[in-house]
Design a binder for this molecule. Structure first.
Ligand SMILES: *Cc1c(COP(=O)(O)O)cnc(C)c1O
Length: 227
């Protein structure tokens, strides 16, 4: 585990250096969905500090098993409004907010526990029907509306581009997310920070870093193939 993680950090460092970025501006989210707590523990012992989970209930169980570790939990899956209550209790950053309805529910639940919930807005940058996320055209409007909610704080954008065997083919989608982020940043909307770009997975994280990713979500390269 330590060796795998060292190799990933080395690849992150090289990708950042190759495009003149500070390696400290890229954080690794270890995606632990479906991974048993014992294996997750090995990753934490080896230095992982952020875990990405896709299912609220599964994350809740691991959270209890791994309480002694100083880990930041991120939610990266599709979130149903009826799970918002649990999500605000568990997660430091929710990457996948893509509707005003969900945002309202998260805001309400965050208020109840006196928390400012940090979120990213998930954008369906490729426009594929099968993908979650708000369309690029509607993103600015959604962000303006969410920015009014007192218990949410927008930190940036997230995307899941289409899968290609060749990572270079994903580059235009990563670039498009960065350009959208820059457009939103220019508007200087109150209560909206656009520092984070959550993009890049096992097959394409180096390209994502070259296009500005600040959070790379890596599962398979750390934990092996999921069943
Ligand atoms: C599973 C998952 C990942 C990790 O994918 P790998 O290819 O295993 O690195 C990243 N992001 C999201 C949203 C996921 O669901």
């Amino acid at each position: 585990m330590k060796k795998r993680l060292d190799q990933i950090h080395e690849r992150i460092r090289r990708a950042a250096e190759a495009c003149g970025r500070d390696v400290a501006s890229v954080r690794l989210v270890a995606v632990s969905k479906t991974v048993a707590p014992d294996l997750v523990r090995e990753a934490l012992e080896a230095g992982v500090t952020i875990l990405g989970e896709n299912y609220v209930q599964e994350a809740g169980e691991k959270f209890k098993a791994l309480l002694q570790y100083p880990v930041s939990w991120h939610f990266i899956g599709h979130l149903q409004s009826n799970k918002a209550k649990y999500a605000v209790r568990l997660f430091d950053l929710i990457h996948s907010v893509d509707s005003l309805k969900l945002a309202h529910e998260l805001d309400k639940q965050a208020a109840k526990v006196d928390k400012i919930q940090q979120i990213l807005v998930q954008v369906n940058i490729s426009g594929e029907d099968t993908k979650s996320g708000i369309s690029a055209d509607e993103t600015i409007e959604l962000i303006s509306e969410i920015s009014q909610l007192k218990n949410l704080s927008i930190k940036g954008l997230m995307t899941m581009p289409p899968y290609f065997y060749q990572p270079e083919k994903v580059r235009p989608f990563f670039a498009a997310l960065r350009e959208l982020r820059d457009q939103i940043k220019e508007r200087s909307i109150a209560n909206v920070c656009m520092d984070e770009l959550s993009m890049g997975m096992t097959g394409d994280f180096e390209v994502a870093i070259e296009e500005g990713a600040t959070l790379v979500r890596i599962g398979t390269a750390i934990f092996g193939e999921r069943k």
